[in-house]
Design a protein. Sequence first.
Length: 129
Amino acid sequence: MPKRKTEVIEGFGPRLAELRHAAGYTQVEFAAELGITQRMVAYYEAPDAHPPAHLLPGMAQTLGVSADVLLGVAAPRRGKKLATNRLERRLLEITKLDPKAQRQITQLLDTFIERERLKQRVNAQEASP
């Protein structure tokens, strides 16, 4: 059986930073998801740094890529759209909840949205002569 040639795509640090940006995480948010500090994320994004092996699965899962993509032995696939900010990530998490919980969250969101609309109407009325 012929041995598979694996070509590493760029250095780990710049690749991690690129994947993190593509997933919509700041260093602080990404660090919080992994249970590490922002300083450690910055270190791992340096050109010559590599994180410990135990962090790789969590990094890959958080970024929505395979470990091969994270390590640079495979190119990222263009698949489903990743959430690009904290709100979108939370909304994706809500879709995984049971229907009753989804209804409750939707009602709460509707209440906040309606309150903001009312504030805008009041402000518009006060601003008009």
